[in-house]
Ligand binder design. Structure first.
Ligand code: SF4
Ligand code: SF4
Length: 151
């Protein structure tokens, strides 16, 4: 298990649900869309903004379309990589740790750069999708999504 899996697995989530019912708009990637479309649920939870960026639909109460108070994430096995690794994130080729919404009740928000993503880490089978795209800048992801949309 590489250090990314180790960190993600070792994070002690309190399962409060705040990141699913209070986070607000969650941008996702086309690879996430493809995966969610294979889930045994409807795909009305995905919407595109004017720039062609897909994101999860937020319900009127602020929760994610796929969130259920009793059952949790309705697309657990298929959920977006950003959800899977939260409160870690990949941005600009770096692996980051930010404070999750629960932690923010008692701590100041912070986002800390942990390490650069290496070629070896990009080979990680389970996390390949987000590692590949996450190493791009947001603008590059946007361009890539637009290109994919035109295909
Ligand atoms: S806000 Fe933090 S503790 Fe609560 S479910 Fe999300 S990751 Fe877990
Ligand atoms: S897709 Fe699942 S894990 Fe992600 S915000 Fe929605 S309910 Fe939460």
């Amino acid at each position: 298990m590489n250090k990314i899996n180790k960190l993600v697995n070792e994070f002690e989530c309190k399962k409060c649900g705040k990141c699913c019912n209070k986070y607000g708009r969650i941008e996702i990637r086309f690879s996430d869309v493809e995966r969610i479309e294979k889930a045994p649920v409807d795909s009305y939870g995905i919407i595109y903004d004017k720039s062609g960026i897909p994101h999860l639909v937020t319900k009127d109460d602020g929760s994610c379309y796929y969130y259920d108070e009793v059952y949790g994430c309705g697309i657990h096995r298929y959920k977006p990589m950003d959800c899977k690794i939260y409160p870690y994130m990949l941005y600009d080729g770096w692996f980051w740790r930010k404070t999750c919404l629960k932690e923010r009740e008692t701590e100041e928000y912070k986002a800390e750069k942990l390490f650069l993503i290496t070629e070896q880490e990009k080979e990680n089978e389970e996390l390949r999708d987000w590692q590949y795209e996450g190493c791009m800048t947001k603008q590059t992801i946007k361009n890539k999504n637009m290109e994919e949309k035109k295909l």
